[in-house]
Ligand binder design. Structure first.
Ligand code: APR
Length: 239
């Protein structure tokens, strides 16, 4: 990478980025998947069988966004987005809006967004702030009972895959922040970046993960401490 004036940087973030803001992660002792079975709330089959339970799960999480704020790690990533001299892309698996609220613009929500709903009838995608009921009519086509959270459930295709693959083909610095590396395709991005000769593969996490061995550097610790430090180092580095 020596001599590059405009190195390209890709960030992949997961639930650990928002954990210190008070948003629950998925796995681990207090994780969402400890209190709920994935197959009850996060699959298209669950939505077909028990839409009330699925809507309630996401209504609670959407309402919860009003009680949390972006943290120092979200803010540091926005500083990186604004000051990085080359191409920048932040891919998040998170469905919260904390990156946008910190000011992020070069951001892709590959697993959807809590504050959007989708009509399975007319396919409109709409911003949404309040609770969604199973009978709520679609504001576009007026059909009742066709709106669902715009969340990518297990068994569904993540969003923006073509754009993500293109970014990974030319990435020079890949950061992976606060993700357990258990859910594909996101967990495979580090390998793709390495195959495309990405020079620096950096993982930030509280602990080692099943994919830690694929990184060239590791920063162990809370995101609110490690991400601002890492951003400072990256912005000061000579490439
Ligand atoms: N700082 C850094 N890392 C943290 C912090 C923190 N403060 N808190 C937790 N972590 C790490 C954990 O060690 C763990 O590796 O964040 C990771 C969170 O893992 P998961 O709960 O599995 O969340 P994530 O990897 O984002 O899940 C991926 O799974 O269920 C699906 O669609 C859902 O997008 C989600 C996907």
């Amino acid at each position: 990478m020596a001599g590059l004036t405009h190195p390209s940087l890709v960030v992949l973030s997961g639930a650990g980025l928002s954990a210190e803001s008070g948003v629950a992660t998925f796995r681990g002792s207090d994780g969402l998947w400890e209190g709920h079975r994935i197959e009850d709330v996060a699959t298209p089959e669950a939505f077909k069988k028990q839409p009330e339970i699925v809507q309630r799960f996401y209504n609670l999480r959407r309402a919860g966004l009003k009680t949390v704020e972006p943290n120092a790690a979200h803010q540091a990533l926005v500083k990186l987005e604004r000051e990085w001299p080359g191409p920048f892309l932040h891919i998040t698996q998170n469905v919260d809006d904390l990156n946008e609220r910190a000011g992020a613009t070069k951001l892709l929500h590959m697993h959807g967004e809590l504050k959007k709903v989708r009509c399975v009838w007319c396919r409109s995608v709409l911003p949404w702030e309040t609770d969604l009921e199973t009978s709520t009519p679609c504001p576009e086509c007026a059909k009742p009972g066709k709106l669902r959270p715009d969340i990518v459930w297990f068994g569904e295709m993540p969003y923006y895959i073509d754009e993500i693959m293109r970014a990974l083909e030319t990435v020079d610095v890949f950061l992976c922040i606060g993700t357990s590396g258990l859910v594909y395709p996101a967990a495979g991005f580090v390998r793709l970046a390495a195959e495309h000769r990405c020079a620096r593969l950096i993982e930030v996490n509280l602990e080692a993960t099943g994919i830690s061995g694929q990184f060239t550097e590791q920063r162990l610790g809370p995101a609110t401490v490690e991400v601002p430090r890492l951003v400072q180092d990256l912005l000061a580095a000579e490439f």
